[in-house]
Ligand binder design. Sequence first.
Ligand SMILES: [Zn+2]
Length: 297
Amino acid sequence: MLNAISVDIEDWFQVGAFETVIARDSWDTRESRVARNSEAVLALFAEADVRATFFILGWVAERHPSLIRRIAEAGHEIASHGYDHARVFTLDAKRFEQDLNKTRKILEDASGQKVTGYRAPSFSIDRRTPWAHPILAEQGYAYSSSVVPIAHDHYGWQGTPRFAWRPVKGSELIELPVTTAILGGRRVAAGGGGFFRVLPYGFSRWAIRQVNRAEGRPAVFYFHPWEVDPQQPRVGHAPLRSRFRHYTGLARMADKLRGLVQDFRWGRMDLVAHREAARAEDLYLPDPDLSAADIAA
Ligand SMILES: [Zn+2]
């Protein structure tokens, strides 16, 4: 079973958890650590002979074009994470389209690769953004990995499918959600991020095995370069919960990732999306006759 592994390339000061305390216009004055941390991630993948997908901010690619080239040359997929981490539900259709075009051009110029994958900042495609998937389809994206099918305080589109689905009628666009597991009859996030760092690795291993063996589907996993950087500057004035989520488990993260890449087979998102195409279910939202409750697992 080939699982998909992905890295969202953004710097420590660009994360959603700190957006209320770190002003967007101060980014250029902050210490940039994204290139060095991404190199550590590249080394980890090279050690394990893994090809992955890198969802990259246009803002980062503009400032570090040689990093983007090295990622592409190592055989990884270059994909879009939007320009400057603006959540999709804070944009409108027109601005979303502009954000996509601008970012794609930067990434394609830097890498020489065609960009066909997209991940919304902070998984911000949900019931508030009915125009988002149709625009991705129109622009020829092969897949999106932008929806988390659970309710969470910052994100989530409850009731959408746990595995690959086609959100736009007449289009092959696939939404490939980040992995969830069923625990005690409930959906729980099991595809990376804070959950992977905070909980023991055994939980993630159990969840991915469940998905692979019991459900016969690939896992979709993600993490960030700042998660392998315990020395990053501390944002002291952020809310306690944001700090807990951002800083817990940083020192153990690289070892956990080494275990993860050894215990399962991993590959690029575009490859897994292609393999999942035959099994993707059609679910055209928003459908006025279909409420999230009707389609909940
Ligand atoms: Zn992000």
